[in-house]
Write a protein that binds this ligand. Structure first.
Ligand SMILES: Nc1ncnc2c1ncn2[C@@H]1O[C@H](COP(=O)(O)OP(=O)(O)OP(=O)(O)O)[C@@H](O)[C@H]1O
Length: 304
């Protein structure tokens, strides 16, 4: 669990606070995405959680402990941190990079070796231990960043634009894989992104910031259906109804109407179903596991 209470950062000399009185809770084993326009205070908020930035006021609780009363170095060893540029040590192997926190925690060599192999396997990079960062693609580097953050088995992960450097084609797959992994491991995650659809995919809850203030904190479906202010509605985009359809599996509206053509895969969303109907010029598409989805069902879900 991560809880922020009245968290505030007023940089010296600045006319106003960059983060102003933010309170929110990320329950154990869930994720929250922070979004908002450039400069609204997302990264500053995130970095106050692991105390790379010292708050001017307010409290941070991690699993019931007051983070501001702990030694910052010790604190950071128990919080995984993934950033866009990854920040891998260029002269060290993948294994040495991943082992950073376990080494700091004083684990013995055999335990470190086993743990490195385990987390590289988890992120889909078995056999990469001896490579150097320059021998990896952007997506692979990002996976190593996630492996490194997970190596010490921290209960909490902070991620700042974790997929920013990955090309759009590979991005969704990587998001889905990492999210699935973090859910399975029961991690509590606070993730910063400026991409609305990424926030909706990664966050069990989404918090929208503007000029340091928290405007709305709600589930993706609630936020897209009921934006609290005109600013939030604009920020989410005029296609927010479409974005919202992307949150529901096509199979959730399964019916028995006749439909022909290629079947949608099990992971297809209602947005994908609508897209296929438009592309095929049909009012129904078949589902891989039987049955079909019709246009009326998609519209019905959009109206809820
Ligand atoms: N070290 C610093 N010293 C002074 N001001 C800072 C410092 N770091 C950030 N700021 C200011 O705090 C405000 C919030 O910055 P922050 O990086 O948290 O925004 P952000 O929402 O993450 O932006 P972006 O999406 O562009 O990364 C900005 O006005 C920024 O100029």
């Amino acid at each position: 669990m991560i809880r922020l209470e009245g968290l505030t950062k007023h940089w010296p000399g600045a006319a106003k606070a960059s983060v102003a009185d933010i309170s929110l809770e990320v329950p154990e084993g869930t994720s929250c995405a922070l979004i908002g326009p450039s400069g609204c205070g997302k990264t500053t908020t995130l970095r106050m959680v692991n105390r790379l930035v010292e708050p001017s006021a307010g409290r941070v609780w991690i699993g019931g402990e007051d983070a501001l009363r702990q030694d910052p170095i010790q604190l950071r060893r128990r919080i995984g941190y993934v950033i866009q540029e990854v920040g891998l040590f260029p002269h060290r192997s993948v294994a040495e990079n991943v082992a950073t926190v376990p080494v700091l925690l004083g684990w013995d060599a055999a335990r470190i070796k086993a743990r490195v192999a385990e987390v590289l396997e988890l992120v889909g990079l078995p056999g990469f231990a001896d490579r150097r960062p320059y021998q990896l693609s952007g997506g692979e580097r990002q996976r190593v960043g996630v492996a490194r953050a997970l190596a010490g088995d921290p209960p909490v992960l902070l991620m700042d634009e974790p997929f920013g450097a990955v090309d759009p084609l590979r991005r969704r797959q990587l998001q889905d894989e990492v999210l699935k992994l973090l859910r399975e491991l029961g991690k509590t995650v606070l993730v910063v992104t400026h991409d609305v659809s990424e926030a909706m995919r990664l966050g069990d809850a989404v918090a929208i910031l503007r000029e340091g203030a928290l405007l709305q904190h709600a589930s993706p479906a609630e936020l897209l259906a009921h934006p609290a202010t005109g600013f939030v509605a604009d920020f989410l985009g005029t296609d927010r109804a479409l974005t919202r359809l992307g949150l529901f599996l096509a199979a959730s509206m399964r019916g028995e109407a006749a439909a022909t053509g290629a079947a949608l895969p099990p992971e297809a969303t209602l947005r994908d179903a609508l897209s296929e109907m438009l592309a095929r010029g049909t009012r129904a598409v078949p589902l891989a596991e039987g049955g079909s989805v019709i246009l009326e069902a998609v519209l019905e879900k959009a109206a809820t």
